[in-house]
Design a protein around this ligand. Structure first.
Ligand SMILES: Nc1ncnc2c1ncn2[C@@H]1O[C@H](COP(=O)(O)OP(=O)(O)OP(=O)(O)O)[C@@H](O)[C@H]1O
Ligand SMILES: [Mg+2]
Length: 257
């Protein structure tokens, strides 16, 4: 039987977390919680520490101080870059994650094919190596690799940036649908305010120099219940009326450079 108290405990909880690279604090006093069935979008300007925070949450880095509690069974990480094994085909990249999660060879291959289909990756391309794939295709392989392990918690770091508008929407819908089925919760980094407005329950804004979470906004209704008009209205309000979003620009400055 599940403990009713535990059901209300955050699945991910960071309390006063600090992290330093080469003696320089990049994150200071970060406190953030993700509740069961909840998606929290994390936004902030480039270089403020979003990826670092996600890597800490995933346990890939160890914090300098503070506490991180993880109450999920299986996390799935999508890095900002696809990070595929260059010597393995798309299918083998996805299947490898399933094998690591304990699946047999045939089951892993079937699961890889199913996961690829979910991210609209053409079966005909599954035999290709990463170098033969476009940026958007590589990123979808990375998403399929994350989903193939049936995670109960996702840590997605700007996963859809390399995708065109239509695909991006489909991928967002995939996340929304999974969360609605209560199959996972997650922390989702994005620089795209309308993406945050579509897929999240709450939006957390990281300080431009990583000095804490500046504020959190609860979004009305469930993700998936907001139509384009509602998403547009939310985004506009944040940009024009909400001081919390003063440092957030709804463009990817790295693409302009
Ligand atoms: N491995 C590392 N060694 C040293 N410094 C690092 C390392 N990784 C990140 N940093 C520094 O930490 C800070 C935060 O970087 P991080 O990648 O977390 O930012 P971000 O918010 O994800 O940026 P972006 O939006 O561009 O992805 C930056 O100043 C960066 O230079
Ligand atoms: Mg980053």
């Amino acid at each position: 039987m599940t403990d009713p108290v535990l059901d209300f405990a955050p699945v991910l909880e960071l309390a006063h977390v600090t992290h330093a690279f080469l003696g320089r604090d990049v994150l200071r006093d970060i406190s953030l919680a993700v509740m069961p069935g909840e998606v929290v979008a994390l936004i902030g300007p480039s270089g403020c520490g979003k990826s670092t925070l996600v890597h800490l949450a995933a346990g890939l880095l160890e914090q300098k101080s503070g506490r991180i509690a993880r109450r999920f069974a299986r996390q799935a990480m999508v890095f900002q870059e696809p990070r595929l094994m260059p010597w393995a085909t798309a299918e083998a990249n996805i299947a490898y994650a399933a094998r690591l999660a304990g699946m047999g060879r045939h089951a892993a291959r079937d699961a890889a094919r199913t996961a690829a289909a979910r991210v609209h990756f053409d079966a005909a391309d599954l035999g290709k190596y990463p170098v033969e794939l476009s940026g958007g295709m590589r990123q979808r392989v990375a998403i399929a690799r994350a989903l193939v392990v049936a995670p109960d918690f996702i840590l997605f770091d700007e996963p859809f940036t390399a995708l065109d508008a239509a695909l991006k929407r489909r991928m967002q819908d995939l996340v929304i649908a999974q969360v609605a089925q209560a199959s996972f919760s997650g922390l989702f980094v994005t620089h795209d305010l309308s993406e945050a407005a579509r897929i999240a329950h709450r939006v957390a804004v990281l300080h431009p120099e990583g000095r804490g979470i500046m504020g959190v906004r609860h979004l009305p209704g469930a993700p998936g219940s907001r139509d384009d008009e509602a998403v547009f209205a939310l985004t506009r309000r944040w940009q024009h009326e909400d001081p919390l979003f003063r440092h957030i620009h709804d463009v990817d400055e790295r693409r302009i450079a």
